[in-house]
Write a protein that binds this ligand. Structure first.
Ligand code: FES
Length: 496
């Protein structure tokens, strides 16, 4: 039996036809490419709610169509995306290679493919300057919020790897097309694209199988940097235009981390420093004189707002800063949830007010906001457990790197926080909950989007790609899933 579904999407009203028993989420995603399903549609995150007129709100991934309905989707949120790196970035000469001779005025695109967001830097390759920055949510979000959900999706949906690839390639082609249309540029002025991203994203970009990245021994299909013709993967720029991919070190230390570390001007950083990029994974490297150790911990999506009952990404309506006296909300609107930086502030406040016990127990839900809001925003016991797991994973990873290097946190000259989360968190709060090491706060530097900077440098300079390749050879990777000391640390660091 057929049913008519009237969908109120962010782009207008569309009518769709559904079969009896069709899944509502799948139907919505066929018509609204940006509708996200943070848990990949397995019913665990509760973030895919829609309103069915006359029926109220339903979790769309758990809803099957049995009659004609009118569905109202929530308003698309504007995400707070970090694009700039403003401290300690290296300068390179513009030397993009042979592709620069393909056009009178050659343009290139540097792309930082994050699991949550994508940042595109348009670069004039004649002068080397960034002329525009475009950001968007990663369109793969419909398959889940974190890389593990996406990897699962690749196995569960038909032609999963190809579909994940298509999402990325379509986004890139759209950005190039729109930029050319807006600026009256011929498409073939774009001659080169450089990509950085975590290992899963780079595999997705190439359409490679990602399943081996999710299971021990976590073997990637490829790790080395790549240089191919853009048309080989369906990117529409100059016929002979090329694509460059940053090298990765392991399944969980990807080209984004290598590009970020390689992009640093280290002259003022001392000899011992820690580089940390926290997202759904906590990726970190310890530079100790000539040795570079790295590891990745599965922080889980708590700091991205997923798996937290009132959690959301750092987008309009998210509480991003919190104290007893002050609450800041992204977009300065009424709060609808809380993002990672806000969560850390709340937990830090709870510790300060003695409402959170050292083992993470709370006697009742902690209300973050309710006055004047439609929904009460509160943390429950399960939320606190998620945060404990995430903070312990990062804390324990840092401890292992320090221990293996044979130095203490106090000996560090600097701690560099890369990426959006590291940029927006309150360092004092993060130290208080144990997420970051308790060192002199002056040693902390929030460096911004170093991966994006690395992408721009890789686009502008062939020499920089060589530097990333050398870094890949030099860096050591510590696999924590088989590290017994890490398991012990992880258990101990669950406490606040
Ligand atoms: S509950 Fe539906 S996508 Fe997570």
């Amino acid at each position: 039996m057929k049913h008519i579904i009237k969908l109120h999407t962010s782009k207008g009203v569309v009518k769709a036809e559904a079969n009896e028993g069709d899944n509502l989420l799948k139907l919505i995603q066929e018509h609204d490419n940006e509708f996200a399903a943070p848990c990949g549609g397995n019913g665990s995150c509760g973030k895919c709610q829609v309103e069915i007129k006359g029926q109220g709100h339903v979790t769309s991934c758990l809803h099957t169509v049995t009659k004609n309905i009118e569905v109202v989707l929530p308003k698309a949120l504007e995400m707070k995306v970090l694009s700039a790196q403003y401290k300690h970035s290296k300068q390179v000469w513009t030397n993009p290679g042979a592709s620069a001779f393909l056009a009178d005025i050659p343009y290139g695109l540097a792309v930082d493919i994050g699991t949550t967001t994508m940042v595109f830097y348009v670069v004039n390759l004649m002068f080397g300057g960034v002329v525009d920055v475009i950001t968007m949510a990663n369109p793969q979000a419909k398959y889940g919020a974190d890389v593990i959900s996406r990897i699962l999706a690749s196995t569960e949906i038909k032609d999963g790897n190809k579909k994940l690839q298509k999402e990325l390639i379509t986004a890139v082609n759209k950005v190039v097309n729109e930029y050319c249309n807006t600026n009256s540029l011929p498409l073939n002025y774009f001659v080169k694209i450089a990509f950085v991203g975590n290992t899963t994203m780079l595999h997705n970009l190439m359409g490679e199988d990602v399943l081996t990245l999710a299971h021990a021994p976590f073997t990637p299909v490829f790790l080395d940097s790549k240089k191919i013709k853009a048309k080989e993967i369906g990117i529409n720029i100059h016929e002979e235009g090329e694509v460059v991919l940053a090298p990765s070190l392991s399944a969980y230390i990807g080209g984004d981390i290598l590009a970020g570390i390689a992009s640093l001007d280290t002259t003022k950083l001392g000899k011992k420093y820690l580089f940390i990029d926290i997202g759904t994974n906590g990726e970190m490297a310890l530079i100790n004189d000539d040795r570079i150790l790295s590891c990745a911990t599965a922080a889980g999506p708590a700091f991205e707002g997923a798996n937290i009952s009132c959690g959301m990404s750092a987008s309009t309506g998210a509480i991003s800063k919190y104290s007893d006296k002050n609450v800041e909300v992204v977009g300065d609107v009424e709060a609808t949830g809380i993002c990672g930086s806000g969560l850390i502030d709340v937990v830090s406040t709870m510790i300060g007010n003695d409402v959170l016990q050292y083992d993470g127990n709370i006697s009742s839900d902690f209300v973050i906001a309710n006055a004047g809001t439609k929904n009460v925003i509160a943390l429950n016991q399960a939320d606190i457990r998620e945060i404990q797991l995430a903070k312990s994973a990062v804390q324990s990873g840092i401890k292992r790197l320090l221990d293996i290097s044979g130095i203490t946190a106090d000996e560090l000259d600097h701690v560099l926080l890369a990426g959006g989360f590291g940029n927006y968190i309150d360092i004092k709060s993060a130290v208080k909950i144990g997420l970051l090491p308790d060192v002199d706060l002056d040693k902390y530097i929030q460096i911004g989007n170093s991966a994006g900077t690395g992408a721009v440098l890789a686009l502008k300079s062939e020499g920089f790609v060589d530097e990333m390749n050398m870094l890949q050879k030099k860096m050591e990777y510590i696999e924590l899933s088989t590290d017994e000391e890490f398991t012990m640390e992880f258990a101990m660091n669950m406490f606040f």
